[in-house]
Design a protein. Structure first.
Length: 688
């Protein structure tokens, strides 16, 4: 079995798997098999040292990566590992177990970004401040930055120097979370660190729980995560971390490359092993990537890796300069359409999400199935949050965000004034506060409120017994389908399908042995990559969302100064360095083919075409680039506009059936059954 574990590893990977006795830092380049090192090291710990699988902790940054690791380990060992997870999932589990030691109710809820901003809006209103002057997005960023530091109060004091109201907002926000028995994402880690620092007995218990700790993507850790790791490790040497400072692209949200650069200071006698052999990309792609990252400045250059491969030279890297942003999107769509390969082979990466609009339209024009990755996540959709809000407030009646959403969706005649009355009666239970406010409500609102209270009681007592039946009864009781038809006339059926998908997800979770509480926790911790489907579709995403992924063919679009690199980086050396690392990450997502595209003119926010300049990064790699010589043509035969008439039934490959409302030359306004009214080129529809 030990030979099986080491089989297939290259010399450096094998060295990393076999190293014990001192902390280990593995500098692992893109596509160098770092996940293989981590999973094989876990297997070796179990089989060689006879360590119980559940006394090994492995931390990574996405649920997707964690699940892949779990599957590999379980497949190899036949045992299910329970402690392979993200930092946030780890801390949520610790806090559930240790809740009473930090003054928490074990049934606390986790607020997502929208929930947190809703609380901030409430605080701003309660303090009689202007939302225009105190934008919830910016306030949330400040609070998040503060919580990621060792001394959050010190950071809040700093921001209060220029705006004294920041401190009041912060403290009231914290008070609101406490009253709601809720934690935001940052709390999960900061409260775990506080717990460990304040309670030695608890810290000892968790240090003794794990015989070995491994951490992936260490370049993306922030200061508080680094502190958490030091606390868990203590004075022991049972630690391996894997990372690549060249792929540190999250400093804007607190990631600190110094955690890798100064790793040896915090963990003495650290052994460093470099993984530079790449198994993903062709030589031409790697040569280009190495050229980009070799221009880096700063003290982390000593840890820059030189990627190599024994793969073939591969296809030339193709640079395509188009006249307009529409032509750029069309070129990408045509290239994909004519490649005659599975659509899932392709990814289109952009620096900024606004660039996806033209790409989406081009995909639809060419009838190419696609998915926007990192857009609105499933559990952030309004209809999903609506149903979950009823379950959350039934489980945790202190949760104001869920109470407010559920009591007003669908409308029950309880508006702003009614909510203010209920707030006056709140002690520690919103359902009780509503009950105490019934006399002050109108007769219609009172009747609706009483039915709501009965509904919440029904959910409370039945959700664990039969969650699927309970939710179906809820949907029927509030006539949610009629509500969707009224509020979302154009896409209510799709939204109803999302609700059905939610029921299926809960059913699947319960059948796998999870409680509804555990399901709610996992749904709160979903990330952009968790939304990637396995369908045969082109994936469109930002470079940030593409981290850790790979595709046969990659298009990096919008390579213009001001977009990639971002205009914000022009006067800041550290930001420009991060843009360089981001470009490096984009290039190294490609396995066989890489297209770099840009437009000579791009429509601005005022919808006027603006001349652009090629990205400054392109000058540095011009020796590796080749412009495609072949001018691609559309292979599909356009329909003759004379074949169509007003009132005719037609079919579109993406939008389905529709009726022609009007025709103008080669385009028509068509009313589709599920997507409403759209203007479509007639070459993309067929008579039914």
């Amino acid at each position: 079995m030990l030979d099986d574990i080491l089989e297939g590893l290259n010399e450096r990977q094998r060295e990393a798997v076999l190293h014990f006795g001192t902390p280990l830092l593995v500098l692992a380049g893109a596509g160098s098999g770092k996940t293989k090192v981590i999973t094989h090291k876990i297997m070796y710990l179990v089989k060689h040292f006879d360590i119980n699988i559940n006394r090994i902790l492995a931390i990574t940054f996405t649920n997707k990566a964690a699940n892949e690791m779990k599957e590999r380990v379980e497949h190899a060992l036949g045992e299910k590992p329970n402690w392979i997870m993200t930092f946030h999932s780890l801390c949520a589990r610790i806090l559930r177990i240790e809740a009473e030691n930090i003054g928490l109710d074990r049934k606390f809820v986790i607020y997502d970004e929208e929930d947190s901003k809703k609380v901030i809006k409430k605080v701003i209103k309660d303090l009689n401040l202007s939302e225009e002057s105190f934008k919830p997005d910016k306030i949330k960023d400040i609070i998040s930055k503060a919580k990621q530091e060792s001394d959050s109060e010190e950071i809040i004091d700093f921001y209060s120097l220029t705006n004294p109201h920041i401190k009041s907002i912060y403290h009231r926000y914290e008070e609101e979370l406490k009253n709601a028995n809720a934690l935001d994402f940052d709390d999960l880690i900061t409260k775990t660190v506080k717990l460990f620092k304040r309670n030695q007995e608890v810290l000892d218990r968790w240090q003794n729980k794990f015989d070995y700790i491994l951490v992936d993507e260490y370049q993306d850790t922030n200061k508080i995560q680094h502190t958490l790791l030091k606390l868990l490790v203590g004075g022991r040497d049972n630690l391996t971390v894997v990372g690549d400072p060249a792929q540190c692209i999250y400093t804007w949200r607190g990631a600190t490359p110094e955690n890798i650069l100064e790793f040896e200071k915090d963990f003495p006698n650290t052994k460093i092993i470099k993984l530079e052999r790449n198994y993903r990309s062709t030589k031409k792609i790697l040569d280009c990537a190495n050229a980009v990252i070799s221009k880096s400045s700063g003290r982390w250059r000593s840890k820059v890796l030189q990627l190599w491969t024994d793969k073939d030279e591969g296809e030339d890297i193709k640079l395509k300069i188009l006249s307009t942003d529409k032509e750029e999107a069309n070129f990408i769509a045509r290239t994909i359409k004519e490649a005659n390969q599975p659509y899932s082979d392709f990814a289109i990466l952009v620096r900024m999400s606004f660039l996806t609009r033209n790409l989406e339209e081009a995909m639809m024009r060419y009838s190419i199935p696609y998915q926007i990755v990192g857009g609105l996540r499933f559990y952030e959709r309004a209809e999903v949050k609506d149903i979950l809000s009823y379950i959350k407030v039934a489980i945790n009646p202190k949760d104001f965000a869920s109470f407010e959403r559920s009591i007003t969706t669908p409308a029950r005649g309880i508006g702003e004034k009614g909510l203010e009355t209920i707030k006056l009666n709140f002690k520690n239970d919103w359902i009780q506060a509503l009950n105490d406010s019934l006399k002050a409500l109108s007769s219609k609102a009172k009747h609706s409120a009483q039915k709501y209270i009965e509904l919440i009681d029904d959910i409370k007592y039945n959700i664990e017994l039969d969650p699927v039946l309970t939710i179906r009864n809820l949907i029927k009781e509030i006539d949610y389908e009629s509500y969707l038809q009224k509020e979302y006339e154009k896409d209510w059926e799709d939204r109803l399908q999302n609700v059905n998908e939610l029921i299926s997800a809960i059913d699947e979770a319960v059948k796998s042995g999870k409680t509804v509480y555990e399901f709610l926790e996992e749904s709160s911790l979903t990330q952009a990559q968790d939304t990637i489907d396995n369908k045969n579709s082109v994936k469109i995403m930002t470079v940030h969302a593409a981290k850790g992924l790979e595709f046969r063919t990659v298009f990096v679009a919008g390579l213009e100064d001001g977009i990639f690199p971002s205009g914000r980086a022009f006067e800041d050396v550290s930001q420009m360095e991060e843009e360089r690392r981001l470009f490096y990450v984009a290039i190294t997502r490609a396995k066989e083919e890489l297209y770099l595209t840009l437009s000579k003119t791009r429509h601005s926010f005022s919808n006027k075409p603006v001349e652009t300049k090629p990205s400054r990064f392109l000058k540095e790699i011009k020796e590796f680039l080749q412009e495609p010589k072949k001018k691609m043509a559309i292979t599909s035969k356009p329909s003759d506009p004379s074949d169509f008439k007003v009132g005719q039934l037609v079919r579109h490959e993406v939008f389905g059936k529709g009726v022609i409302k009007s025709i103008s030359k080669t385009r028509a306004v068509i009313i589709f059954e599920k997507f409403g009214e759209k203007t479509i080129d007639l070459s993309f529809v067929k008579p039914v």
